[in-house]
Design a protein around this ligand. Structure first.
Ligand SMILES: Nc1nc(=O)c2c([nH]1)NC[C@@H]1CN(c3ccc(C(=O)N[C@@H](CCC(=O)O)C(=O)O)cc3)C=[N+]21
Length: 314
């Protein structure tokens, strides 16, 4: 008689990577196609990016946005103001871009220098050109389920989830972080996709325990490596929005809010950093520029013809 001994592998199955680079390339292809279709209607979408000051990280991001825009055939205009620009100067620049019918999208790179009131600047942007989706009119519309310009990072995360999980209806999603630019709109979009949504934040009692209840985890807190395997239910899908620059013995590099090496031993799928959410944000910014151009065309079509206004008087 022979005894068969099964070797039990001690290597756990690792999560698969959610390839934000590849999926963003798909989104950019969709955008490129639509740019061509709009060109046939004499519409040439344009994005204006305003950068105040000289934060080096902001320069890199803005350069990437402008490069991607060019690749898909969206015209981009870069405006710069010095670090000591007054709020009035920033508002004046926005007023000029609002009034320019050839500009479809306006993005003011955040953060702004400390002496400038960020909310005042965001709300000076014409909501129909607000490609970041940060204006209260767009935020309100989003919460009410209307078709409005929607923040780019949460839109990108939803696309990653769709490509990874298909229908997420009924799943429990935990969003870690409650910022206006990611956490809150992310929770709103997940709710719209029929998830049960919990928002975990710095005051949560036992955040890891809440997170362990999640089928989907979206981490957007800006704390390097905060979330490790001990926060995750086996098989959870993890979207890491964090982009933290850290310096260690191997030099300076980007890490997420999730401890990738640890989390992937428990999760089913996970976004890497870089190459996960970041490229999706840019792809959806360009998608929003197209949406803005189309919204503006629809508004224009409803306006009375300025040359025809005398015609029914005589
Ligand atoms: N009004 C405004 N809207 C924004 O959308 C906005 C902003 N301000 N301020 C700064 C943050 C940050 N952000 C990123 C976009 C893409 C990458 C990105 O493509 N990251 C690459 C790596 C880039 C690298 O290597 O440095 C990746 O994750 O693979 C990162 C960060 C948009 N932001």
């Amino acid at each position: 008689m022979t005894t068969v001994t099964h070797l039990i592998s001690s290597t756990p199955t690792l999560a698969r990577d959610i390839d934000g680079k590849a999926i963003s390339a798909q989104v950019l292809d969709e955008v490129r196609e639509e740019v061509l279709a709009l060109a046939g209607q004499q519409i040439f979408p344009a994005l204006a990016v305003l950068l105040v000051g000289d934060d080096p990280a902001s320069h890199v991001y803005v350069r990437n946005k402008l490069l991607r825009a060019k690749e898909v055939g969206i015209r981009s205009l870069e405006y710069r103001l010095p670090d000591d620009a007054s709020q009035a100067q920033v508002l004046e620049q926005i007023a000029q871009l609002n009034a320019d019918a050839s500009v479809n999208g306006i993005l003011v790179q955040l953060p702004l220098p400390g002496h400038i009131d960020e909310a005042a600047v965001i709300h000076a942007i014409d909501p129909i050109k607000d490609v970041d989706g940060f204006h209260r009119e767009n935020v309100g519309g989003l919460v009410q389920g209307m078709e409005v310009l929607t923040p780019c990072t949460p839109s990108g995360c939803m696309r990653l989830l769709k490509e990874t999980c298909g229908d997420i209806s009924g799943l429990h999603a935990v969003v870690i972080g409650r910022s206006n630019i990611v956490g809150k709109p992310m929770a709103t979009l997940l709710l719209q996709a029929h998830c049960s949504v919990s928002v975990v934040h710095s005051r949560s009692v036992d955040a890891p325990a809440l997170c362990r209840l999640a089928d989907i985890v979206v981490a957007a807190v800006g704390r390097p490596h905060l979330i490790d395997a001990s926060w995750l239910k086996p098989g959870a899908v993890v979207i890491d929005v964090g982009i933290n620059r850290v310096t260690d013995e191997s030099g300076s590099h980007l890490v997420g809010d999730v401890d990738y090496a640890s989390a992937r031993t428990v999760a089913r799928a996970i976004t890497p950093v870089p190459g996960g959410v970041g490229p999706m944000t840019i792809a959806y910014l360009l998608k929003n520029t197209l949406i803005a151009a189309k919204l503006q065309r629809a508004v224009k079509a409803r306006e009375p013809d300025p040359d025809g206004c005398d015609s029914d008087i005589n």
